[in-house]
Write a protein that binds this ligand. Structure first.
Ligand SMILES: Cc1cc2nc3c(=O)[nH]c(=O)nc-3n(C[C@H](O)[C@H](O)[C@H](O)COP(=O)(O)OP(=O)(O)OC[C@H]3O[C@@H](n4cnc5c(N)ncnc54)[C@H](O)[C@@H]3O)c2cc1C
Length: 257
């Protein structure tokens, strides 16, 4: 566990209520792996006592710059949105485990809502191996899909929205199942709201596709001390695992949905 202060380079609104925050963090950039997260201390009047977790959205070893992508959900993220270039952000990380890239597979990445945040870093890592990724992005409406142009650098992007304002008018399972039907050698990686992840897990089981999901349960300490983020698992030794320490990435078949 590493705690440090990172100088903010840019904190830019990229969609309604969604911000992309870039900061200098050479050690984090060198160590972080796709799927891992950081905990940021949100400062200001009435700031929450506990740090807030965010997936590593991007990390560049050459420049030493890391990014998080966040949506304003409450007081902490609201204060975070008010930070500017030159401010210092108190960060702990990298925390948690990471996605395992299944080499030799057709990689299907599925992100719903803010679940897209940690998947850009994964898409880049897969692209760097020279293998192909299909990136399924879904949201309620077009405005909720941020960073689309950047995702397009790392694979074919398939879009769906609930209101049909961008891509197909459907939930993510429709294009995902269509793709799974025609691809026998896929591996699935997903992050998003729990009902979506459950659905992706069911598709993974139906098409016998290895499926990893990144869970975003509410959590406090982020390092397994407070035991505040349990998830029920199918395991003969333990009934619960901690999302912060044992995850956030799990094999979908291990979770009791
Ligand atoms: C491992 C992990 C990675 C995450 N990565 C990202 C990310 O990359 N980008 C991003 O925007 N968000 C991410 N989140 C969610 C983010 O941490 C919360 O939105 C944030 O902590 C809310 O803090 P707040 O003080 O603004 O709001 P609070 O005042 O704490 O909460 C505001 C509202 O958000 C809800 N909420 C709080 N935490 C969560 C959560 N974990 N999941 C769903 N709803 C929540 C609360 O119930 C409440 O309704 C992640 C969460 C986890 C556990």
């Amino acid at each position: 566990m590493k705690n440090f202060k990172a100088k903010i380079i840019e904190n830019k609104q990229v969609a309604p209520q969604i911000y992309n925050l870039k900061f200098e963090a050479p050690k984090l950039a060198a160590e972080a792996k796709p799927g891992q997260f950081v905990e940021a201390l949100c400062k200001g009047s009435g700031a929450p006592f506990l740090r807030r977790p965010f997936g590593v959205h991007m990390a560049d070893t050459k420049s030493g710059v890391c990014e998080i992508l966040f949506r304003i959900a409450g007081r902490g993220t609201e204060l975070l949105s008010q930070m500017s270039a030159g401010d210092f952000l108190d960060i702990t990380g990298p925390l948690g485990n990471d996605f395992e890239i299944n080499k030799g597979k057709k990689h299907f990445i599925a992100g719903g809502g803010m679940g897209i945040a940690p998947l850009l870093f994964l898409a880049k890592a897969i692209w760097q191996t020279g293998e192909q990724a299909k990136i399924f992005l879904a949201a309620k409406t077009a405005a909720d899909i941020a960073r689309l142009d950047i995702f397009k650098n790392f694979g074919e992007v398939i879009l769906s929205t609930e209101d049909g304002s961008l891509g197909e008018k459907c939930l993510i399972d429709t294009p995902l199942e269509r793709a799974l039907k025609t691809e026998q050698n896929a591996a699935l990686y997903a992050c998003g709201p729990r009902p979506m992840l459950r659905c992706v897990a069911e598709l993974g089981a139906k098409y016998q596709t290895p499926t990893q999901v990144s869970l975003e349960e509410k959590m406090a300490c982020g390092m397994g001390v407070c035991q505040g983020c349990p998830v029920e698992v199918k395991n003969k030794d333990t009934k619960y695992k901690m999302v912060c320490k044992d995850g956030p990435v799990f094999n979908a078949e291990d979770i009791v949905w």
